[in-house]
Write a protein that binds this ligand. Sequence first.
Ligand SMILES: [Zn+2]
Length: 291
Amino acid sequence: MTTLAIDIGGTKLAAAQVGDNLQIVSRRELPTPASHTPQALAGALKSLIQPLLPGAVRIAVASTGIIHQGVLTAINPANLGGLAAFPLVETLSALSGLPCVALNDAQAAALAEFHALRVPVQEMVFITVSTGVGGGLVSGGKLLIGPGGLAGHIGHTQADPHGPRCGCGRIGCVEAIASGRGIAAAASGNLQGLDCKTIFSRAAWGDSQACELVAHSARTLAALIADVKALTDCECAVVGGSVGLAEGYLAQVRGFLAEQPAAFQTPLRAAHYRHDAGLLGAALWAQGVTR
Ligand SMILES: [Zn+2]
């Protein structure tokens, strides 16, 4: 029973046939259309999935943005900006003739990471720190989606009321400060205009401003994790994403979290999956599997 899983991100679209034991049989990628129009996205999805349709019995989509009743809305206009209300499930059902489910990509990744935990827990938070900051919550062993699809969007909780405006419209979100984009935007002087990856290499060489930018991100993330612990009593926090998994980053988050009172600390784990958590989590969701 092959699931055709699709991951819609701000820069690339991925699709794969996923078997019942979560094995990826074949995988394809295309760049996300730059125009971000509904027509361009529908066209790209069509050419992405067509070679993978034979043998598939269902479609499972993980997508950036808020997914509510199968409709995609971009929370941050910088990601998929033109897609105010893209009928994701309807479009893919029509293209394939197969049943289709869709959920947010970080929610899907949270489910995949929950499934991959070696020690089973009931309460878990997943946070991905890359260009943005995404999240997903598992409570009572179940992924939280929420009636409107917003559950777990913890990157848009407020870290600093005097902080920069976030792409979502709020002020001082964790995403606006801790994400790769936030780190790059805060750079000044000799680091101004550099991307986050370069700032991380400068930090590795000992540049003091770069070290402080990375530390500020890690400190902000640790405070978020303490807040989530207070909210959910999570038994662990799983951290992923290109920033989250960058060398030395998780150790810094762990150090800042250790400065919090003991009640607000929780074990931190590096994400098990680097690239396919969205695809696999969507497949798990479609299969109705949690653990
Ligand atoms: Zn925000």
